[in-house]
Ligand binder design. Sequence first.
Ligand SMILES: Cc1cc2nc3c(=O)[nH]c(=O)nc-3n(C[C@H](O)[C@H](O)[C@H](O)COP(=O)(O)O)c2cc1C
Length: 313
Amino acid sequence: MALPKNLQDQLRLPVIAAPMFLVSGPNLVTAACRAGIVGAFPTLNARTLDVLDDWLSEITTTLEDLKRSGANQIIAPYAANLIVHKTNARAADDLALVEKYKAPLVITSVGHPGDTAERIHAYGGIIFHDVINLHHAKKAAEAGVDGLILVCAGAGGHAGLMNPLTFVAQIREFFDGIVIVAGAISNGQAVRAVEVMGADLAYLGTRFIACKESMADEDYSGMLVEAESKDIVYTDKVSGIHGNFIRQSLEQAGLVDGAVLNDDEFAHVDEKKKAWKQIWSAGQGVGEIQSVESVETLVSELESEYKEAKAMH
Ligand SMILES: Cc1cc2nc3c(=O)[nH]c(=O)nc-3n(C[C@H](O)[C@H](O)[C@H](O)COP(=O)(O)O)c2cc1C
């Protein structure tokens, strides 16, 4: 299906800067929205509920001011990402704050959306749910979400193993809502390819980690510039769920060779302390990151590549 008109009109490019733990905060979100793409952040990046309240207020005010000033052509809406897994003790309180600020878009991940869709729809919001397989996609569709985010092979974070070409086709057999594709999308041609495949939006995480406005530190950004696709290791030994991590950061944490970890090596990981903070995640698109750029520069690059590809296909 085509994107709802109100969403389409608010986007310069069919792109979401995906939410990333310890990476996306208000600066990245507002820079993305200002550049005309959806900016998203995991609510858990705000360490307390008071901080989350401040972040949501800051993002809302900044975007309203930008729209009012008329200085920029398109100001995209933002998305709040809720981890709906039962181990997330903050899920209910974070959802209440998202409702308070009427976040225009909500992305639920790591679990079942439950009654979240109803609650988001009640204030007029749009909800997308993150999935890695057809089984979970069907359950989320039944729960009434507006869009499905297909997290495919090679994605940063907790990636799946599905190939996007067939994943999109099989989702389209039962779902006519918004389809969003994630996984190693790092250039404007790939953004266009997502539309050609029959999906609506591209979801880019890794490409935004090394942006100036992200919360990633210099060492992490430097490693992203250096790392190549072959350095990405798919393992469940870091966080308990399969995900993609950078070999060099596994080595820095004392995991020899960074090859696929075995249980003995896992015993060396102080799980809570090191996962995400010191063992850094990235998708296979890391091989396309050559420098640290501002969000606006990156989005302008994506836009010219996208337009060129669209003129041809
Ligand atoms: C460092 C990092 C942290 C992430 N944290 C989250 C998260 O907190 N919530 C979530 O839904 N997805 C998270 N993701 C997944 C992204 O939202 C997105 O699905 C993924 O980055 C897309 O693939 P790409 O990195 O190849 O572009 C994370 C990804 C990375 C690289």
